[in-house]
Design a protein around this ligand. Sequence first.
Ligand code: GUN
Length: 281
Amino acid sequence: MIIDGKKVAAELREELKKKVTELKSTYNAVPGLTVILVGEDPPSKIYVRNKEKSANEVGINSEVIKYPENVEEKVLLNKIIELNNNNNVSGILVQLPLPKHIDKRKVIETMNPRKDVDGFHPMNVGNLSSGYDSSIPCTPLGCYLLIKKIEKNLNGKHAVIIGRSNLNGKPMIQLLLKENCTVTITHSKTKDLRAECSRADIIIAAVGRPKLVKGDWVKKGAIVIDVGINKTDSGLVGDVDFDEVSKVAKAITPVPGGVGPMTIACLLNNTVECFKKTQSN
Ligand code: GUN
């Protein structure tokens, strides 16, 4: 079975559109998302355009603030403080990567954690790992929702995550632990990745290595979620060898059309959740 991320994301956007309409009639206000884009990184420009378009489609007010590559860190931090204090802004997202002269950590920590739609602020990271209410990073949340579509009960399942990034691998651990999975996290220094994967009921591949996961690494009936987006001479491919793995997996996400659309839908979800938090206080 091929997991249709586009379809699941469209369903989620439909639900969010209804929620935004309800919120509008309750609070006479709609959620607002402000995205900050620094520089001219081509993939970032595409992501930001897609985020803005999708937000508007569900009725979220979205705004993109663009700065040149050489913007001073202070200017960026002051803008974040201004957005923190703006009641029309429910969610703030600073698109990564940032230029080297800007301290990513400072940028994230300047943000009001209640407006942190990415879930990158240490307060949200800590709350997620303690099992408390938090913003959850969009890509792992998207992966999690796709897995839950296939399998409601994940009790005791062995999940193997490939890649230990703050954006995906680490928050993914928490989401799966909460579902009572046994979680293995692997990375570039893992001794025998193939052996680790061969024991998995669920594989989440997020390392940026084209077609790394092969058919004979995967147990029959496993669920395979491919977060990779790698540009190759033969086009966009994931971290999983789709042709091989789709023959053994119970369910697999394609690239494109799997995790990607879910990431944006989850960002909209997080914006709505941040709005609700600011309205209820
Ligand atoms: N760049 C690539 N993915 C992301 C993401 O999820 N959030 C932000 N802020 N930047 C990114």
